[in-house]
Design a protein around this ligand. Sequence first.
Ligand SMILES: [Zn+2]
Length: 81
Amino acid sequence: MDRFEEWLEKRLPARLVGAYYWLKHRLTGASCFVCGMPFLLHTPAQEWRCNNTPLDGLEITEQGMALLVVDEAERITGDAA
Ligand SMILES: [Zn+2]
């Protein structure tokens, strides 16, 4: 993140910051994590394929699973109360 982006995130509403990043990643040729092609060149079908491809090596760690269990338990007890 550069200084402009820090400035942006402190002063603008989240919706505008999101629009900035959307434009940046669409127009500056940021590459897709899945196929390596720039996002701009994705056809709708290819975008759907990439969005629905699981990324290799991503899995829930034991720490993350513990957090999920705690969150689920809190949600259940919250619903009961
Ligand atoms: Zn892709």
